[in-house]
Design a protein around this ligand. Structure first.
Ligand code: AOS
Ligand code: MN
Length: 401
């Protein structure tokens, strides 16, 4: 950055800009299959024409996001929502469309048996069923060529005294240990946390500390998933990111944004500055490098907006935050921090944040042979009208199917 001209890219910093471009080119974001289905609130689910009716069509839509951004080559699946007879064929279908299947998400929250929880359920038969479901998910992973199993436990209680907080932790530890024991050496458990919902008194994995405690007990192949919508208001998320990176236990993000609770809105929509601060920690730790194992995923629902454009916008928001984080003058920041220059250090960060990186990203896309404006290019492609005309009959997929 040119310190004398805040917010502009220094023209002679060719090496730096080339390095920033290379890092942006290498960054990928995984998209969730459920983002392409209908979703809503408990009050209303609005549908859109052309919504996919099965996992094959969801993957086809996800492939469009990759085609126009060049940065979304993986799709997370959800079991059983994305259950198919032939997973091998589904993986081939994805590959034929230029993407591959990524993380497998388990579901131990939609069956009647799970009223009192899954791995923490007081009934050993229900706990065994929840473990068995995860073992099935491992089989799906292997069939589609994925190595990550993401676990979000909806377990918790609604009333003080309803169950033993401590016994539930022990049951979860035992269940996770059974699943972990079935992992192959290249496979991981990614354990997500969420501070409340669907239960309102206790949640069994409510925070990063609890997730980390379980991951540490399990071993190196267990890592924490940080969903940006899963914290109490005011939580400093970048602090959690920094701490988990320090410990080598940040396995993945579920990116989205929130104004109130788990809103699952487009990442970077509610608080782009927070997304930049998160990416600043990532860049500082060198964790953009896939070798560090941090999977950048989206976990969003598009309740009123069009889904494919919603996903495209999400990817470009992540790219913009990343570009800004890459532009932070690390040397100047270091000098300011070491010399106790409070405002100077903050100025270095804000200079990068206030840079308009859209021209830089447009250039990166052009160099990839992509249209510099993914949203406009998708709109002009006619894909949305085509699938709306083709996908008639059947049942549109939704969150939960
Ligand atoms: C739920 O609140 C979580 O964010 C999970 O990641 C969940 O598995 C995902 O939303 C799809 O089920
Ligand atoms: Mn999530």
């Amino acid at each position: 950055m040119d310190r004398s001209t805040p917010g502009t890219l220094r023209k002679d910093a060719v090496v730096t800009i080339e390095a920033v471009k290379r890092a942006l080119l290498a960054q990928t974001v995984e998209v969730p299959s459920w983002a392409y289905g209908n979703s809503g609130t408990r009050f209303k689910v609005f549908t859109t024409p052309g919504t996919p009716r099965d996992p094959w069509e969801k993957i086809a839509d996800a492939a469009q996001v990759n085609a126009f951004t060049g940065a979304a080559p993986r799709v997370s699946l959800h079991v059983p929502w994305d259950e198919v007879e032939d997973y091998d064929a589904l993986a081939t279908h994805a590959r034929d469309l230029g993407v591959r299947i990524g993380t497998i998400n388990s579901n131990v929250f939609q069956d009647d048996d799970y009223r009192l929880g899954s791995l923490a359920n007081p009934d050993p038969a229900v706990r065994a069923k929840a473990v068995a479901h995860h073992l099935d998910c491992l089989e799906v992973m292997r069939a589609v060529g994925s190595t990550d199993l993401k676990i979000w436990l909806a377990d918790g209680t609604n009333y003080p005294g309803q169950d033993s907080i401590r016994a539930r932790q022990d049951r979860i530890a035992d269940g996770l240990a059974e699943i972990y024991a079935a992992l192959r050496p290249d496979e991981r458990i990614l354990l997500e946390y969420k501070f409340f919902e669907p239960f309102f008194y206790t949640t069994d994995v409510p925070d990063w500390g609890t997730s980390l405690v379980h991951c540490l007990a399990l071993g190196d192949q267990a890592q924490v998933v940080l969903d940006t919508g899963h914290h109490a208001p005011g939580t400093n998320i970048e602090f959690i990111v920094a701490q988990l990176l320090r410990l080598g236990r940040l396995g993945a993000f579920d990116f989205n944004s929130r104004f109130y609770a788990d809103d699952d809105l487009i990442v970077g929509a509610a608080d782009p500055f927070q997304l930049f601060r998160i990416m600043h920690e990532i860049v500082g730790a060198g964790a953009l490098d896939p070798a560090l194992g941090v999977n950048f995923m989206l976990d969003q629902c598009h309740n009123i907006e069009e889904k494919i454009p919603g996903q495209i916008r999400s990817i470009t928001n992540v790219q913009e935050a990343t570009a800004k984080a890459l532009l932070v003058d690390a040397d100047a920041l270091d000098v300011a921090q070491r010399s106790g220059d409070v405002l100077g250090a903050n100025d270095v960060l804000m200079d990068a944040y206030n840079t308009d990186v859209r021209p830089l990203l447009a250039q990166v896309r052009q160099e990839q042979g992509l249209d510099p404006h993914p949203l406009r290019a998708f709109a002009a492609s006619g894909y949305a009208d085509r699938v709306a005309a083709e996908r008639v009959g059947g049942t549109q997929a939704g969150w939960g199917a």
